[in-house]
Ligand binder design. Sequence first.
Ligand SMILES: O=C(O)CCC(=O)C(=O)O
Ligand SMILES: [Fe+2]
Length: 306
Amino acid sequence: MMTQLLNYQFDTDRVVEHLDTRGMFLLRNLVSKELVESLKLEGQNLYRKSPKFVKDTRAGDLAGSYRINIVPSRVQKYDEYNQISSIKRVIDHPRVRGLVDTALRSKSGVSNYIYDYSTIDAEKEKFGADLFPLHYDWHEHRRCIKFYIYLNDIGVEQGAIRYIPYSHKLVRYLWRNETSELQQIWDRGKEHDINSLENLLTTVSANVETNYPNSETIKLLQSITNDKEKSYDFAITGNPGDVLVFDENGIHGGGPIINGHRYICRIHFVNRKFVNRRLPDQQSGIIRHLVSPLRLRIQSLLNLVL
Ligand SMILES: O=C(O)CCC(=O)C(=O)O
Ligand SMILES: [Fe+2]
């Protein structure tokens, strides 16, 4: 028997309005108990079997923790859909897709989907460190809405994700107006903190402070970098089946685990422009057959010239 997927029908327009203005929305108790259970098992099984389509596992890094990053094109290549049937049901759910397509103003694709199980790190020095230091995610030509499913009870002590509302707009503003400063930070290298909140704030010039319409957001972010405790006011605690939908441009990241564990799974829905550039397996047929070979030819010509 097929299990029920969603407990209720959310109001798509309302959620999208929140995504536009605040950058996030929490849908409490959306995913059914049955589906939560099968997602939990699916993640565990993938970790145990570590099939070829899985990009990276974080096993051994943190005691008992694992992170499984699934790449859609690889699942397709090895035809292993049977191993991800639970998460695939969420991805393909018409109301979920309707929501992200409306939010992205475009038909969506999926760049990857992740099972993430974290527990307290055995190494003392890492104890107390954020699971994810506050950051934003930025990819050129991409908008991304993340569908983030809670699989266990997650309070502040279990490293609940923090999300600073309205910050996605500041990030976009800065990438529009302080592009070269931000680009310099990114060009400095691939250290994992190029997209950290601290680095972002170094690009808030006096000009930005004067001209950015929502100075409260800037002040709030500055106060959070000066006093990390403040960030916990923005922790989004939740229970199994809750779903946080968020815009990846906003400032976010899980706190430290003080006790217990945190188990979530998330799906990265991306806009069509990014799919057409980076995810050929999900391009619509006509583009795949006409545009891609053309782009490949142009690219190889450019390579010859450059
Ligand atoms: O799980 C978290 O706490 C943060 C995840 C994250 O950074 C992301 O999904 O982009
Ligand atoms: Fe992130």
